[in-house]
Design a protein around this ligand. Structure first.
Ligand SMILES: Cc1ncc(C[n+]2csc(CCOP(=O)(O)OP(=O)(O)O)c2C)c(N)n1
Ligand code: SF4
Ligand SMILES: [Mg+2]
Length: 316
């Protein structure tokens, strides 16, 4: 019969290196692109997702975010491959399920910056329901959807943002279903920060990602990102270099006015770029933290076994 172990066995061997704590933030150098880049991005040359990735690196460098303080989460799709390309914690999760996974991280580790990246299919088709629920719960994270109006990874199927008439492998005669409007959907679902940008304007992408990161709540950024392989030229009308128009949100727009935000979102393509909607509301993170603190207060000073005993006594 084996002996019952009542205490931990003595450690054997020498501990040669003990990980040291990082120096204080103000003494650390911002992370460089070299320190942040992991696998070489596998996107097709010219894909809009390249610039979004480069601007994510820039954001991390500019705002002095550290490896141990960021997490990069994604579902499945070309745009969802970011976690492979970023040298930080993160997960390339199930198609459409990035948001619930990210929600768990955000709620359990409120000290982290949780960034979620994905595509229009991942966000609004298979992940459509998760999008609505994460937005309404106002869970703190930044969600950047690289909208290319097509399923890129699986080689050209109609997506929920493909315009009517778009010819694809699933709609060889042209798309017949009315596309969704991501901005309207985000506002209606309860997102507390809703912005729109395009990969062809890097400064604007960075500005929107930064504002989104600073928002205390669920922040959503729709970033037009051209799929040069399966929907070339989709966004030319929004690109001044291709003869299009890049119109920023009018300076007198009230970002707290929901109806005004819908109105902006209702403009025909290319519409406006900038922050459409931004309001302050308590986050689920804050509400859960308050519940936890109140519960801990009730058992303050008690040992674990005493808390258990109290629970058993209540069951009697
Ligand atoms: C459950 C499940 N269904 C379908 C797929 C196949 N699939 C992978 S990515 C994808 C669509 C991706 O489109 P989008 O999110 O727009 O990303 P993009 O590749 O355009 O960046 C689909 C249908 C899958 N991987 N898992
Ligand atoms: S298929 Fe389209 S979305 Fe995917 S990497 Fe190539 S250009 Fe980008
Ligand atoms: Mg897509």
């Amino acid at each position: 019969m084996s002996a019952i172990l009542t205490e931990a066995p003595p450690r054997t061997g020498n501990i040669t290196s003990v990980p040291s704590a990082p120096p204080p933030s103000d003494q650390r150098k911002p992370l460089s692109k070299k320190e942040l880049a992991a696998d070489h991005p596998t996107s097709c040359p010219g894909c809009g997702d390249f610039s979004v990735l480069a601007l994510y690196f820039k954001l991390i460098e500019k705002r002095k975010l550290w490896h141990e303080k960021i997490t990069t989460i994604a579902g499945i799709g070309c745009s969802s491959r970011f976690p492979y390309f970023v040298q930080a914690h993160g997960a390339h999760y199930i198609h459409g399920r990035a948001l619930p996974f990210a929600s768990g991280i955000s709620l359990s580790r409120p000290d982290l910056h949780v960034f979620v990246f994905g595509g229009d299919g991942d966000a609004f088709s298979i992940g459509g329901n998760h999008f609505n629920h994460t937005a309404r719960k106002n869970i703190k994270m930044t969600y950047v959807v690289m909208d290319n109006w097509v399923y890129g990874l699986t080689k050209k199927q109609t997506s929920p943002t493909s315009p009517l008439g778009f010819k694809s492998k699933t709609d060889p005669w042209g798309a017949v279903d009315y596309p969704i409007n991501p901005m309207k959907q985000a506002i209606a679902a309860g997102a507390t920060f809703v912005a729109r940008t395009t990969h062809t304007n890097p400064n604007h992408v960075l500005q929107m990602m930064e504002a989104a990161m600073d928002h205390d709540g669920f922040s959503f950024v729709e970033c037009l990102s051209e799929c040069v392989e399966f929907y070339e030229g989709a966004f030319d009308a929004s690109n001044p270099r291709k003869g299009g128009a890049f119109n920023v949100v009018p300076a007198d727009h009230d970002v707290t006015n929901e109806m005004a935000a819908y109105k902006l979102a209702d403009e025909p393509f290319p519409g406006y770029f900038g922050i459409f909607y931004k309001v302050t509301k308590p986050t689920k993170n804050a509400k859960e933290a308050a519940i936890g603190a109140a519960a801990r207060e009730k058992v303050k000073g008690l040992k674990d076994w005493q808390i258990l005993q109290q629970t058993f006594d209540k069951l009697k």
